[in-house]
Ligand binder design. Structure first.
Ligand code: RB5
Length: 151
C-alpha cells in the first residue's frame, strides 16, 4: 500500500518521525513536504496529498499540521477524500471501520510521538467493515457527483 504524506511547519517534526515508522513497516511513500520547520501554508501541502489520493496515485494519505484541523478542512474539499482527524486510537479505528477514511490527519502540536505512532499503525492495519457503512459512503459519493462534478 503506497502512502502520500505531507505537513506544514507545525507538523514537520512528527512527519519525519512517522516516515521512520513507514520505512520500518515497509510502506512505500511519497513525501510532498514541507522539508523544514520554516513557516509555510498548510493548504499547499494538504491539497498535494489529497490530489495524490483522489487521483489514485496512492491508496492512502497522512497529513499533519499544528492542530490537524486546517489539513482536515482542506483535504475534505477534494473529491473522493474522507480525511479523518484522530487524536486517539478509538477515532482512528472507527474512521477506518465505518468511514473507510483514506487520509489520516494528526495534530503535531496536540499528539505526542508515542500516541501518534500507535494511531498510524492501527489506522493502516484496520480494514473497512463495509455492510451498512458502504451505503452511507455511496451517498456522499453521489452528492459529490451531483454537486462537485468532475473537479
Ligand atoms: C500553523 O501555525 C497552524 O495554524 C497550522 O499548523 C494548523 O494548526 C492549522 O490548522
Amino acid at each position: 500500500m503506497k502512502i502520500a504524506i505531507g505537513s506544514d511547519h507545525a507538523g514537520y517534526e512528527l512527519k519525519e518521525y512517522i516516515k521512520q515508522i513507514l520505512k520500518e513497516k515497509k510502506y512505500p511513500f511519497i513525501d510532498v513536504g514541507t522539508d523544514t520547520g520554516t513557516s509555510v501554508d498548510y493548504p499547499d501541502f494538504g491539497i498535494k496529498v489529497a490530489k495524490l489520493v483522489s487521483d489514485g496515485e496512492t491508496e492512502k494519505g497522512i497529513l499533519i499540521c499544528g492542530t490537524g484541523i486546517g489539513m482536515s478542512i482542506v483535504a475534505n474539499k477534494v473529491k473522493g477524500i474522507r480525511a479523518a482527524l484522530s487524536y486517539d486510537l478509538y477515532t482512528a479505528i472507527q474512521s477506518r471501520k465505518h468511514l473507510d477514511a483514506n487520509i489520516l490527519v494528526l495534530g503535531g502540536r496536540v499528539t505526542g510521538k508515542g500516541l501518534a505512532e500507535e494511531i498510524v499503525k492501527v489506522w493502516l492495519d484496520t480494514p473497512f467493515e463495509g455492510g451498512r457503512h458502504k451505503g452511507r459512503i455511496e451517498k456522499i459519493e453521489k452528492w459529490e457527483e451531483e454537486y462537485l462534478g468532475k473537479s
